[in-house]
Design a protein around this ligand. Structure first.
Ligand code: MIG
Length: 716
């Protein structure tokens, strides 16, 4: 073991020869250390590290996973998995996020930088024991000290570097469904948004748009005029966002396949041949995204679509998902032959069945894949979690070459910490289940802790049929997620906002319009999180450290000014809420028609009608909202509304920029500081304008502790 000091609070411990994941660039200075802080190392059997947790200790982190904001009581396996059934027993989903923060008598963060399988047993096997197990002794582990969970997370975020920033239009509402199968279907969806007066910025193209599921091709029967179709859609106010999958179809004459073979850019198998497995296109090879040249080659393919006007992509199946390999299929079919004609006992029958149900994404297949990393042959199983990460990196680097200083939308299904530099993630195939709204709420803050800011779930649920209530309640939560997309699976009930009855359409119209009014705040908080290495979704107890707040899992702080308490239970007309201090409650239904109530610190049952979204403005804080529009490009926010709950004084920094370019990196953004101070009978308002701002008018609605509302207007 070697130890390196990275800064006074961060120490890196290197075991063996770790694979460079490119998640942390800081090298630090070597020091002598006998032991790693906090942990006991055990080298018997599997390499593992153990730590005794105290009773009150909360374990935060682990990003995209089952269970709560507090991860205690569970066992988790970091190994990116195509797992379409997110039931509570699942140990792995699509992402691998090896960062935790322990918050009790001792407070520290741990990042295990290892791209193979890592198991986090957080008091599952043994109540008070945290056990981190790795298959081998080649990894880096970072220990981060800090005075509280929030500061530890912020140190970690500064260590892994600045997050991806999408274009502003990607903060608008986005509509997706697997099975928008031709131009007419997509045009009809767009027209329905227009006809129903529901804002929308993007419509997604799932695998249906491709020719036989081949990446960078178009099905010319169903999308015969693709280039002009993109333009037509843009003129209507919609961007198209196509999917790109990891597997490349084996087909003579298909240029991506032929070039990949010729240049040796695909992953290989144990015999050195191109590794083959079936996914949507049938038998495929898999680009070796860990190979620099292959990564660049595939990344530049995006040009084909970018050059004709596509401004965003989503990457799927990049764990990589494998439906079956010849090996797996052969084994299963042999079992069938074995069993044929026999009088099977039930155990043999279950064994036969499991041969098929375990055929996809099998460890044995992953163990037979090889990468070429700078000329070295590397077994896939040891670096499995790098695959999706590098697929997104490939797209990001390719698109940067095409768009130069223009931002693009990009997100992935599989991920590893560090990938946040290149794009966002969506949380994959959830279900139209109420339980999955709650899971969505809990996951968001954990993902932020691991660096992922541009995130969201399939609103309304991907698999199984949604009813109107579920879509309403889910959308009411999703208006706060940076990636706000309704997506559903082929074969399920349609769940676009106009797919139910008129009443539902009316409610969803208001909800989605409100999202657009919130964009000034959402964007400002998102960008401040990016620039300041901070979070956007924040657990209540990161700000309020009382005993109750430490256990709240179903409410969140969104940015610095507000707390949300979403309704996630069927047929409920309200929910219990805990207010850690006095707050200003705004139940939003029609956002232009505002009523505020001061609610007292403590527990309460809150009535929340189906068309209402409760928002709590924190004491001495400010929420800015703007106007709504049919899409982000048409928003006019020269005039904003400032809603404030002021006991003494409140201050808000409102951030904005062009929403298009990377010029913010050169300091080209506006920051407006709004200060409100309560005087004896009035308020002093101070607005510091910044030279880049377009803002010219602020309408203030200030409520005091007694609930008295004062209105003021300020011209800038
Ligand atoms: O095996 O492209 O998670 O969003 O609609 C399913 C079809 C493949 C999985 C993605 C989902 C997408 C679907 N894909």
């Amino acid at each position: 073991m070697k130890a390196f000091v990275l800064d006074e609070n961060i120490t890196k411990y290197t075991f063996g020869k770790p694979f460079d994941t490119e998640t942390v660039f800081l090298k630090g200075t070597e020091i002598t250390r006998e032991n790693i802080e906090f942990f006991k190392i055990n080298k018997e059997e599997k390499f593992n590290l153990t730590y005794n947790m105290d009773i009150s200790q909360i374990v935060f982190g682990l990003g995209e996973n089952q269970r709560g904001i507090n991860k205690r009581g569970g066992i988790y396996e970091s190994f990116c998995k195509d797992e379409p059934n997110h039931t509570p027993n699942k140990k792995s989903l699509y992402g691998a996020h090896n960062f935790i923060v322990l918050d009790g008598n001792e407070k520290f963060g741990v990042f295990v930088d290892f791209p193979g399988k890592v198991v986090f047993d957080v008091g599952f096997s043994n109540n008070n024991e945290l056990k981190i197990s790795l298959g081998e002794e080649n990894f880096d582990i970072y220990i981060i000290n800090g005075k509280n969970a929030r500061s530890i997370v912020r140190k970690f975020l500064s260590l892994i570097g600045e997050s991806y920033v999408p274009p502003k239009w990607a903060f608008g509402y986005q509509q997706s469904r697997w099975s928008y199968k031709n131009e007419n279907t997509v045009l009809n969806i767009a027209d329905s948004f227009i006809k129903n007066d529901i804002p929308c910025d993007a419509i997604y193209l799932d695998i249906d748009y491709m020719d036989k599921f081949k990446d960078f091709t178009i099905d010319s029967d169903n999308f015969p005029y693709f280039e002009s179709f993109i333009k037509r859609m843009k003129n209507k106010g919609f961007r198209l966002v196509p999917i790109i999958d990891a597997g490349v179809k084996i087909e003579k004459g298909y240029n991506v396949y032929e070039e990949g073979v010729e240049k040796g850019y695909f992953c290989t198998d144990t015999e050195g041949k191109n590794f083959t497995a079936a996914v949507w296109p049938g038998l495929c090879h898999f680009p070796d995204f860990l190979n620099k040249e292959a990564r660049r080659w595939f990344g530049l393919k995006y040009k084909i679509l970018a050059n004709i006007g596509i401004e965003g992509f989503w990457n799927d199946m990049n764990e990589p998902a494998l439906f079956y390999t010849k090996r797996g299929l052969k084994e299963a079919l042999n079992e069938v032959k074995e069993c044929e004609g026999k009088n099977l006992d039930v155990y043999s029958f279950f064994n036969l069945r499991s041969k098929f149900s375990n055929i996809s994404s099998a460890d044995e297949d992953y163990k037979s894949i090889y990468h070429n990393v700078d000329g070295n042959k590397v077994n896939h199983y040891k670096v499995h979690n790098m695959y999706g990460y590098n697929m997104l990196k490939s797209a990001s680097e390719g698109l940067k070459e095409v768009y130069n200083n223009k931002r693009f939308l990009l997100f992935s299904r599989a991920s590893y910490i560090g990938m946040h530099k290149y794009g966002g993630i969506w949380t994959g195939d959830n279900h139209s289940w109420w339980e999955h709204i709650l899971l969505n709420i809990k996951m968001m803050a954990s993902l932020n802790m691991c660096g992922f800011l541009y995130i969201g779930a399939d609103t309304g649920g991907f698999s199984t049929d949604a009813n109107s209530q579920l879509v309403i309640r889910w959308t009411q939560f999703s208006i706060f997620t940076p990636l706000f997309r309704n997506h559903s699976s082929m074969g399920t009930r349609n769940q676009e906002p106009f797919s139910f009855d008129d009443k539902t359409t009316d409610v969803l119209r208001n909800v989605i319009k409100f999202r657009y009014a919130l964009i000034p705040y959402i964007y400002s908080e998102y960008m401040k999180a990016v620039i300041n290495n901070d979070m956007y979704f924040i657990p209540i107890c990161f700000e309020y450290d009382d005993k109750t707040s430490r256990r709240i899992e179903n409410q969140l702080l969104v940015g610095g000014s507000i707390m949300i308490a979403p309704v996630y239970e069927e047929n409920s007309a309200g929910r219990y809420v805990y207010c850690p201090e006095d707050m200003l409650l705004w139940k939003v239904s029609d956002f232009k028609n505002r009523k505020f109530n001061v609610v007292k610190k403590g527990h309460m049952y809150l009535d929340v009608e189906l068309d209402e979204i409760p928002i709590f403005i924190r004491k001495d804080n400010i929420l800015v909202i703007g106007n709504t529009a049919s899409n982000v490009d048409s928003l006019d926010n020269r005039e904003l509304n400032v809603i404030a709950f002021v006991e003494n004084k409140a201050e808000y920094i409102y951030y904005d920029d062009d929403g298009i370019s990377f010029d913010y990196k050169k300091g080209n953004y506006s920051k407006i500081t709004i200060k409100i101070e309560k005087t004896k009978n009035d308020y002093n308002i101070d607005v510091k304008n910044s030279k880049n701002s377009f803002l010219n008018k602020l309408n203030f609605e200030i409520v005091d502790q007694e609930g008295t509302l004062s209105k003021k207007t300020i011209y800038i």
